[in-house]
Write a protein that binds this ligand. Structure first.
Ligand code: BGC
Length: 770
């Protein structure tokens, strides 16, 4: 067992196997993927799992959520900040590093239970000296401004002086290994001593000059005694380095601890950054590594009390499910509502840390049911950017509020207009121009968040304002086609991005109608039952009765394409006229093989899809459709979906179970749960697939446990357990109650209330109060 490779003090703190993600071999080609898998985040910041001593292949990124910058890039992106990981050990000038020595032993372990990354290695240098290095790091969730690394260094067959460099590296640039895209987002404003000891680096974003400070101290301990000598600070250009040394006897273990703190101008005035950070580092080193780690671990224990999903029958899969939940919950933020969760969390640079519709449809259900406070912050994030969405609508010639396809800190559209191919050719990227459904997805997110949490204050206040403005957008976006006496939405892209643009995408049209209808009903209710909130809404939005009359007209005449005389919904107008290509070959993992015809004709000329579109609509608004129609459409579109996006498998899993086709549901869950651990999309190096992580949770809770909220507003549990599992349990917050749900292999379910007010729950169709 990998745990046994660690010495007692580390091993004793390590959780049982079900919580551990292990790496037991060092292959530099795997570094970038592993940096994503082993990233640690505490909601405030995230740091990739790079090695302290540095390696040739590395993208050692550290992000603070909300610190964006544009500079020469196409869009504002999370800025790679000066990185505090660096600790380099030397013996007689030889760097004792993973790539400089012969590796005799190696392992790394991510302990998800307590969000600690540990490593142990035994290295032999060119002169035959053997050094054992073990250690761990964490970014505290108890105090998000504290991070630490602890190393145990043992000269196994020699004694002598070990020289140390404690480094903050300000040279890090985004897209470091993509020559065309490389960009430096930060410029240095200070590179100096932290205090008597330690290093301090301050930098600022290049466009808005937002300051970020980072300070740290590295201590060496023999027992309790501090033994670092000959400290000397040096500012080497954009690197801050403090040199020090200590002596160690043969076989003696010296403990090193690096205490780190970071603050930005968002939490602390610029002039006070240095002193605030120094004081934090001082207090941290007085409190000690162990004390903070203990508090941090307790926070994680509590988070897992809320978030863990357990099933019996497939421990590997259970661990993979935990892995997805781990990264998702680590990134959510319960205290800051100016940030959301990017498509790659804080673990990698693809998509620049931007929030997509991935938030509302894929991640928000998890947060609303498991961490409602984080969900509320994600909703407030959208509210704070409502004015920007209003401006966006105006800019594009519409009314109301149009949310951007990609959103960073200021709510302006951050989806690039252009991309550059490896050969230097540029092509126009139309996603932001056409993919309008995000505005309806934001509206749906409010509905979903509120029906789960019953946060009526949000609904009647900020929620109603967003909903009104998004409805306004849709009413202005729809075109009246007189000869057909109907409203249409033309030139749009639906969720399936392989058909771009199209006319009358069913998903978009249906959700535009849904948005209008939902708001009209809400406004009616507010008029009758919440006159003050209604008056405030009118005051804020200038809503007029004539508008409501117009919305009524638009929603009643929106065109919803379908194949006449059948149950088949048409993804967009003309879809059924495209080449009917069906997936009929599957690989050894039962995964669809790209039909050969796609080598000779373009995807958009065929009915092949990137990801669910009609099926997603059925997933989200299932109660509006007949079961037979859902099944026929699922069957039709499933055979034509190539899952080109990681957002795809989980939805097909849940929907397959809903329509009674469980043949692929388990396989889809496995695909989704292992997407990053096995690098199935081949791009884990760019970061963890956040929407997929939310999808994994949905597959289990909505799919296999069959949790839904019925038309009558009652929480329902109707399991559809895979034959591989004999039990499943997890916890949810619903309507101010905290519930534990347990199901067995025979689809029996039990719901227990752990806290809060009694609620009604329908278990396999029978309503009970729990
Ligand atoms: C998908 C989008 C998704 C985006 C970010 C794309 O590949 O097609 O639906 O929002 O990735 O995750």
């Amino acid at each position: 067992m990998i745990r046994d490779r660690f010495s007692e003090n580390l091993r004793n703190d390590m959780s049982t196997d079900e919580w551990l993600i292990c790496q037991d071999e060092y292959d530099p080609q795997e570094n970038l993927k592993n940096e994503s898998l082993f990233a640690l985040s505490n909601g405030y910041l995230g740091i990739r799992g790079s090695f302290e001593e540095g390696t040739k292949i590395t993208l050692p990124y550290l992000y603070v959520n909300g610190v964006f910058d544009k500079s020469e890039t196409f869009m504002r992106e999370l800025a790679a900040l000066p990185n505090w990981l660096g600790i380099r050990l030397y013996v007689e000038k030889e760097l004792i590093g993973i790539e400089n020595c012969e590796i005799m032993e190696f392992s790394r372990v991510l302990d998800m239970k307590h969000a600690v990354l540990s490593k142990q290695y035994v290295l032999k240098d060119r002169k035959g000296r053997i050094t054992k290095i073990e250690g761990r790091r964490f970014v505290s969730r108890n105090n998000v401004h504290r991070m630490a690394i602890e190393l145990f260094v043992t000269p196994v067959n020699y004694e002598g002086i070990i020289e140390v460099e404690n480094i903050i590296d300000g040279t890090i640039i985004n897209f470091y290994d993509a020559p065309r895209f490389k960009v430096k987002h930060m410029y240095l404003t200070a590179n100096e001593k932290l205090g008597e000891h330690g290093v301090y680096m301050e930098s600022a974003t290049r466009d808005r000059h937002l300051h970020v400070g980072c300070g740290c101290v590295l201590e060496a301990y023999r027992g309790e005694e501090k033994i670092m000598r000959n400290r000397m600070f040096n500012a080497f250009g954009e690197q801050a380095v403090e040199f020090g040394d200590f002596t160690a006897a043969e076989g003696e273990t010296i403990r090193l601890v690096k205490y780190v703190s970071m603050y930005t101008e968002r939490e602390c005035p610029t002039y006070a950054l240095h002193t605030t950070i120094k004081e934090e580092v001082d207090r941290f080193s007085e409190d000690g590594f162990e004390a903070e780690l203990e508090k941090h671990s307790k926070v994680y224990d509590n988070m897992w009390e809320e978030a863990d999903v357990r099933f019996e029958g497939d421990p590997e899969l259970n661990r993979a499910v935990r892995f997805n939940i781990f990264h998702l919950m680590s990134t959510g933020n319960e205290t800051d509502d100016r940030v959301s969760v990017g498509a790659k969390l804080l673990t990698g640079e693809e998509y620049g840390g931007h929030a997509f519709w991935d938030i509302e449809l894929f991640m928000l259900p998890f947060f609303s049911y498991v961490f409602p406070q984080m969900a509320q912050n994600m909703e407030n994030y959208r509210y704070h950017l409502l004015d920007a969405a209003r401006d966006n609508a105006k800019k594009n010639g519409y009314k109301g509020a149009q949310y951007p396809w990609e959103s960073a800190d200021d709510g302006t559209e951050q989806c690039p207009d252009w991309t550059i191919e490896p050969d230097g050719t540029c092509y126009r990227c139309y996603v932001a121009v056409y993919e309008h459904h995000v505005t309806a997805d934001v509206a749906y997110g409010i509905y979903d968040y509120v029906r789960i949490t019953k946060d009526m204050d949000f609904l009647y206040g900020r929620g109603a304002e967003i909903l009104t403005e998004t409805a306004r957008f849709w009413a202005s976006r729809c075109e009246y086609i007189a000869e057909k006496d109907r409203y249409e939405i033309n030139q749009v892209t639906g969720p399936d991005e392989w058909h771009e643009p199209v006319n009358n995408n069913l998903y978009t049209n249906y959700f535009a109608r849904w948005n209008l209808r939902y708001v009209m009903a809400l406004i009616q209710k507010m008029k009758e039952e919440k006159p003050e909130a209604y008056a405030a809404l009118v005051e804020k939005t200038g809503l007029k009765d004539e508008e409501l009359t117009f919305w009524e007209e638009v929603q009643s005449k929106i065109y919803l394409p379908r194949k006449e005389g059948t149950n088949l919904l048409e993804q967009f107008e003309g879809y059924f006229q495209l080449k009917d290509v069906v997936i009929d070959q599957y690989d050894e993992n039962d995964w669809p093989i790209r039909p050969a015809i796609l080598n000779t004709c373009k995807k958009q000329e065929t009915q092949i899809l990137k990801q669910p579109d009609v099926v997603l609509l059925l997933h989200l608004l299932g109660e509006e459709f007949e079961p037979e129609l859902m099944k026929e459409n699922y069957d039709y579109y499933e055979k034509r979906t190539l899952h080109g996006s990681s957002l795809s498998p989980s939805i097909y899993s849940v929907m397959g179970l809903k329509v009674g086709d469980d043949s692929r549901a388990y396989r889809y869950l496995k695909r989704a749960a292992f997407i990053d651990l096995l690098n199935l999309q081949k791009n884990t190096r760019e970061g963890i697939h956040a929407a997929n992580a939310g999808g994994v949770w949905q597959t289990i809770v909505f799919g296999f446990a069959g949790v839904s909220i019925d038309k009558d507003g009652i929480l329902s549990v109707k399991p559809n357990m895979p034959k591989e599992w004999s039990s499943l349990s997890f916890r949810l917050h619903y309507d101010n109650a905290w519930l534990e749900i347990h199901t067995d292999g025979e689809n029996n379910a039990a719901v227990k209330r752990l806290e809060g007010n009694p609620v009604q729950v329908k278990i396999n169709g029978t309503t009970e109060e729990v």
